[in-house]
Design a protein around this ligand. Sequence first.
Ligand SMILES: NC(=O)c1ccc[n+]([C@@H]2O[C@H](COP(=O)([O-])OP(=O)(O)OC[C@H]3O[C@@H](n4cnc5c(N)ncnc54)[C@H](O)[C@@H]3O)[C@@H](O)[C@H]2O)c1
Length: 511
Amino acid sequence: MEKLFDTDKRVKLGVWGLGRGGNLANYVKIMNVDIVAGCDIHPHMRENFAKAVPEAFVTADEDEFLAQDFDAVLIATYFEDHAKHTIKALNAGKHVMCEVTAFYTPAEGVALVEAVEKSGKVYNLLENYPFTRQNMYIRKLYQEGFFGEFMYAEASYLHECRSLCYAYNVSGGLPVEPGWHVHSWRSYLNFHYYNTHSLGPLMNITGLRPVQVSALPCDVMLPGFLGKKKGGICPAMVKMSNGGLLRNLMGEGTGDRHRELCLWGTKASVENNDFAMHMRLGACGAGMRLKMAPKWENMSSVAEKTGHCGGDFWELYYFIREILTGEKSYWDIYNASDVTLAGIMAVRSQQKGGLLVDIPDFRIKEERDKYRNDHGTCIPDFHPEHIFPEDHDPAITGNFTKVMTRLYPLYSRSGLPMLHMALDGMKIYDEIADNNGRILVIAKVGQLIRELPEIADACRDAQKIADAYPESLPGKMLYGVLSTLDLDKIYDIEGTRKELYKWLENRKVEA
Ligand SMILES: NC(=O)c1ccc[n+]([C@@H]2O[C@H](COP(=O)([O-])OP(=O)(O)OC[C@H]3O[C@@H](n4cnc5c(N)ncnc54)[C@H](O)[C@@H]3O)[C@@H](O)[C@H]2O)c1
């Protein structure tokens, strides 16, 4: 294996928050790093981590964790706690790499910037999307002047994670317990806050900072979410520091887009998405269009094996490199503040019907002073532990998160997503372009025949909870979900299965 650093010095690391944090810990093992401690309040996460890193000290107590002897901490706790936990870790004398985003309110941001400055420790935001092969290549060309000046970009991070309101992101999708609670930030966070995977790459490629944002509210949401602040589809127009514009699109809809970036410069443009990358050359509208297959310049053999198309490798590598060699990483506290504030200010713009809002620069003390006591207006529209009336019957409500994870299982492989794929796939079957598509639909119809009784059961259980608490947030949400379904067809298991078999008999896929 390639030697990653020109030194034998090693970094002792603690991991705080063992879901995403536990996954990332697997990758640092190849980088002059010894993982010595882990901390999580959830027993299942601690057990998983102890199996993966048996030599590490594991605890649920954050003070006991921070008292251990290690140099740096990886923070991947709840979204709203990042600033609080980062400041606590800096005060305990640790370098910090923290998951997105850096802070939740402007006042926390001011406190965080000043804590990092005072500590003299390395701080990096773990924003990984700039470090895919494609984005690193676009950055290299941009920095060489290939694209000319930045004019406009469209970037998207659409990720429908409905199931994560009700389950933890672990294999099998562990439902939140007790069943009448829902997951904290995942169930109510307005998606504008989670803007870094789409704005982050553009900032890193161009070196520009976001200066203003406007976000019109979209009032239509997918069924299956509690509350209204989650935001559904969240587009924002962001003005960058050179006067160019970005349409930044986040949210939860039908049709995920994880890595979309189309960038127009004054000399060339590029279209990159989850499937392919094309360049337009000629410094004109009708330029030559070329399909691209970019490569990393180095360390591709290790990067390729990590998550998020290698981005997980590079974000960790740059942090460890900064500790070991002093070479600066892009995601210092100032760039981290820029990207985080763009999200916070987009929420404000959305609350004001799309008004243009300035994004302050926390490098400047006078700017920070204006936001020192700004604790924001980001109050969730419900408490995740109080979604049913106070006198609810746990025998009924305790089934709520289990029901939701049966209706919307992790990764959409069964439940209602599968039902829609099968029934809607049948409707458009004759116009599907190729056999691969037709085979996918046939497989889904076969799965629906097998799993229809389970879907019917889950719908009945959902109906029971809704009927018991019709005026509650979950009751209204469940009625909304059930109203989108043809329940007669779902409950008539034998009749529907007969129809599905008959449809299958009439399909012949050409070889
Ligand atoms: N960059 C990426 O691609 C990416 C992907 C997934 C998640 N994330 C980020 O990582 C963070 C964690 O996400 P997740 O997917 O693991 O979901 P999560 O929010 O459920 O995980 C948080 C974990 O921290 C634990 N925790 C919370 N408070 C704690 C405390 N005070 N002490 C100890 N443990 C505590 C929880 O039990 C849980 O296991 C989130 O902020 C999210 O934004 C980033």
